[in-house]
Design a protein around this ligand. Sequence first.
Ligand SMILES: [Zn+2]
Length: 344
Amino acid sequence: MIENSFFPWQIEIANKYLKNSDKVHHAIILYGLKGIGKFEFSTAFAASFLCENYDSKFACQKCTSCNLIEKNNHPDFKLLMPNSIADEKKIIISTSFDEKKNISHISNEIRINQIRDIIPWINVKSYRNNKKIVIIYKADNLNIISSNALLKMLEEPSDDVFFLIVSDCLDKLLPTIVSRCQILHLPIPDYQISLSWLKNNNLDNPNHWLSFSSNAPIDALRYSSHRKNPCPSWVYEFLQLLSNNLDIHIYSLLESYPDDIPINELIDIFQKLFFDLVLVSYKITPKYFIDLKNILDKLSIRTSTDSLINNFIWLNKKKKLSDQQVNKKIFLNNILNNVITSFK
Ligand SMILES: [Zn+2]
């Protein structure tokens, strides 16, 4: 199902842009921090834009158009995303025969065929209401060939086609694409609004989860659906052993590594831990793990700030490698050994 309503922290900015929907630029780049609801903003924006109930400022959620968007079945609406993200969001995206032939694996990219497939659709008249809208989510996942194909479309705009291009980071987009679009920045939501939204979603300790997620409420909710605390129990037990200077049996740790923490997420957790350890070594309150102050205090006095910073940098390099195909156990072993060594 596709979301067609805005989150509370998005209402004001949506209102501003949709007030004059007749004057909406033909291509908008929507960007902002990961995990603040940019995807939902884009689909709610598209639904509001195509809604056929003209008394309603936002998507009325009742008309035929709103219903069709919800089912991702609107003839004037296209959603392009990598199939890995579609799988994660449980969204069925239309795939042409050629595309199916070429993909035998889950792809993290928006491929050239996905862009090419919409050309005939762009060139025919809209079915319902003289306007069509394409969401590209996320444009950070366009490869160079598909970026160039998108650029070509933006250079020759059709009167009735609107592009909503979603990105976590403008630097990842071709400057020539950026220069042809209106930029809409979605700011980090107000802390109190996020906090009460998470409380309404029955989250315990929403402040802990918000800190862990850099105040991005959608990420906070997503992480909390996988585990009880921001620091997974497997990592917590490892930190307990480390901070108490107890024997650590790498082999049994590797054996007990939970399947539900992908390696790149584990590196992210360690990066945040080391970032906090550096802060604590300077007597500054932790940023991400505000509930682990005691254990961080204990750990930080067992090593130097320089070593903590070096470890943080080393993890940054490892993060880049973790997106490639790696042997999970060897990679994990390497990370654990490096972390343990820095506290000896
Ligand atoms: Zn409607």
